[in-house]
Write a protein that binds this ligand. Structure first.
Ligand SMILES: *Cc1c(COP(=O)(O)O)cnc(C)c1O
Length: 405
């Protein structure tokens, strides 16, 4: 009798099992591949990955990533989508695809910090200039656009100081000058407003050319995935992003794509729950003597509230994210002690997951000086998770009492 170790293991590789053709289930299959087989050489020569008519290599897409891309297009009202391994990688993909040496990119002065670091630390090395504009002043954007400006980034609202810009006015300025507009749409998530159609019903549609979404936040919803998307409505723009993406070797793991696919159906429910809880806590914090300013675009008195209201609707949606400025009488160590003293709120970056987060920012350092439109103090940002609001409020109350008495 042959020893078991002499057995050919080929049947373990060329095995006969095929999943049943009629197996239709709620969750899509997780297709993993680097290699994709071709039936013959003619197919190698004729299969095209750029328009999703075929599969050639795992990096260029699998049924799992294509499915996620299609669903994200549905979420955001776009036509084409490219996935990247993080939100920041998606931002980099757009800038590297659309900018050349000698070009200039404009970014808002309240932009997501690492996006600015990309311009200062990498784009500059490639001879690509950048300029910061005031997103609350469309005329400032108009003044900043020069002959070398090829791309303008928008963000609504800025991720720490939460000013909500007049996106319609900013897009109009760019349209008038023929400059491509990319929007960091992570906050709106395709739910608070349509990034490609800011004035629904108006023809032709007015909106961003490119929408970037850190799927790390609400689409993932778990605090356990890093991913980003670049969504467009123009085939030429999409191809530029896609080719750059391919040349840089950007890809996403199938299991990560599966996690986002699993979470996407509940994004609307979660977004509303985060929003409601955040507004309840923001209302309570705003009434506290320790707080001199609430920064949440759905609250009147918050910078850009009117722009939020006209874009998203007076009874519209907002993400579960806000900041407060604490009274300047508190020392840095008192503010740190307040953050450290929270028990349910964990100290950490990011947002969109079930656990509430807190973070303190050196706004003056980040912005090169304290913004003139904000009262002085210490900025603390909260990302509201899915815990019971009463428990979160009690947590805030106990730490305020302990640290800022
Ligand atoms: C988190 C975030 C990003 C970057 O996403 P990562 O996946 O963390 O790289 C970009 N823009 C905004 C507004 C974000 O909140």
């Amino acid at each position: 009798m042959a020893h078991p170790s002499d057995r050919s293991l080929t049947p373990l590789i060329h095995h006969g099992y095929q999943p049943p053709a009629g197996f239709d289930a709620p969750q899509p299959a997780v297709h993993k591949a680097s290699t994709v087989y071709f039936p013959n050489v003619a197919a190698v020569r004729s299969t095209e990955w750029k328009d999703k008519t075929g599969y050639t290599y795992g990096l260029h897409g699998t049924p799992t990533t294509y499915l996620l891309e299609e669903r994200l297009c549905t979420l955001e009202g776009g036509l084409q989508c490219v996935l990247s391994p993080s939100g920041l990688a998606a931002i980099a993909n757009v800038s590297l695809a659309l900018l050349r040496t000698g070009d200039e990119v404009l970014i808002p002065n309240n932009v997501y910090g690492p996006s600015r670091a990309l311009a200062e630390g990498e784009l500059r090395n490639w001879g690509i200039g950048h300029r910061l504009y005031d997103p609350l002043d469309p005329e400032d954007l108009a003044r900043c656009i020069g002959p070398a400006t090829r791309l303008v980034w928008l963000e609504a609202p800025g991720s720490v100081s939460m000013e909500f810009p007049d996106l319609v006015a900013l897009v109009r300025v760019c349209r008038a000058r023929g400059v491509t507009v990319a929007l960091d749409n992570t906050w709106g998530a395709g739910l608070a407003f349509n990034p490609f159609d800011l004035l629904p019903g108006r023809q032709p549609a007015l909106g961003a050319d490119v929408s970037v979404h850190a799927l790390t936040k609400y689409p993932s919803g778990g605090g356990d995935v890093l991913m980003g998307s670049v969504i467009t409505r123009d085939p030429a723009l999409h191809l530029a992003v896609k080719l750059c993406h391919m040349r840089l070797g950007l890809g996403v793991a199938a299991n990560d794509a599966e996690l986002v696919l699993r979470s996407l159906p509940s994004i609307g429910l979660r977004y509303r729950a985060h929003d409601q809880a955040a507004r309840a806590l923001a209302t309570w914090l705003q009434s506290r003597p320790e707080v001199v300013q609430l920064l949440h675009p759905a609250f009147s008195g918050s910078p850009g509230h009117e722009a939020w209201s006209s874009l998203c609707g007076a009874d519209g949606l907002a993400a579960g994210l806000f900041s407060v400025i604490l009274h300047p009488r508190y020392s840095r160590s008192q503010v740190d002690a307040f953050c450290d003293g929270l028990r349910l709120f964990r100290l950490g970056y990011s947002w969109g997951g079930p656990v509430s987060l807190v973070m303190t920012y050196d706004l003056a350092g980040v912005r090169g000086g304290w913004p003139a439109h904000l009262p002085a103090g210490a900025l603390v940002r909260f990302s509201i998770g899915l815990e019971d609001v009463r428990d979160l409020q009690a947590d805030l109350a106990q730490s305020l009492a302990a640290a800022l008495a």
